[in-house]
Design a protein around this ligand. Structure first.
Ligand code: HEM
Length: 206
């Protein structure tokens, strides 16, 4: 197999695992937006979605897609020089997403291994407890923004439509602001259950 055939397969694989992840992320971010209604509403929606993505076959596919996406993304960076602004945005947002995905999914699996329910309060604790909030607000804000910037850059490279690419990017940044507001009750902060407080404090102090 030649080098260019391998890179064509890597590109196609990255695209299809990206599409698989995008379906989950669409529902997942909708779930995070429900935090604007409140913690209980967020938990109810998550319970409904979990009946699908926590199915062992679906969850195995999802976690495999995460690992595959990160690995193929790294490989693709080295295939050629990215010189346009859109290509650079695609690469840097992808790099941040790789860091985020490994850390985020790792934290969820670690929390579950300790017997914690990785529900609304699992994510909210980091966002509401001082000083962890200084890490988690930019961490989640950048993750949601990076998703939309990554998709907007790909859309621009494929279609050349600046109007739609901008709209995708702006929608994502707006969603990021709304999610952070929902989780922190508009920066008026939410009280957290003791087990979630302890989980955050043992790693971030406070
Ligand atoms: C502010 C934004 C986000 C918050 C608050 C959040 C919160 C959570 C929570 C609480 C879980 C555990 C779900 C459960 O136990 O059922 C989870 C799982 C997960 N999240 Fe996020 N998430 C956010 C953004 C993202 C983004 C942007 C991605 C992808 C790039 C992502 C990918 C995942 C994945 C793959 C899982 C593992 C699902 C599983 O197998 O259980 N999340 N997230």
């Amino acid at each position: 197999m030649t080098k260019s055939t391998i890179s064509a397969y890597t590109k196609a694989g990255h695209y299809w695992s990206g599409v698989t992840l995008a379906v989950f992320i669409g529902f997942h971010l909708f779930n995070q937006l429900v935090s604007l209604v409140g913690g209980n509403a967020h938990i109810m929606v998550m319970q409904a979605f979990r009946s699908v993505y926590r199915h062992p076959v679906v969850e195995t596919m999802l976690l495999a897609a995460v690992a595959f996406q990160v690995m193929t993304g790294f490989l693709l960076i080295f295939t050629r020089k990215r010189s346009s602004l859109a290509e650079k945005i695609q690469v840097y947002s992808g790099l941040y997403l790789s860091f985020f995905l490994l850390f985020h999914v790792g934290a969820v699996l670690y929390g579950r291994s300790l017997g914690l329910d990785t529900n609304f309060y699992f994510a909210a604790a980091g966002l509401n407890i001082y000083p962890a909030t200084f890490f988690f607000v930019p961490y989640y804000f950048l993750a949601v923004s990076a998703i939309s910037l990554h998709v907007a850059a790909i859309h621009y490279i494929k279609t050349g439509s600046l109007r739609w690419s901008r709209a995708i990017a702006v929608t994502g940044v707006l969603a990021a602001v709304l999610i952070i507001s929902g989780f922190t009750n508009g920066f008026r902060w939410r009280p957290m259950p003791p087990a979630n407080k302890q989980f955050i404090r043992q790693s971030f102090g406070g």
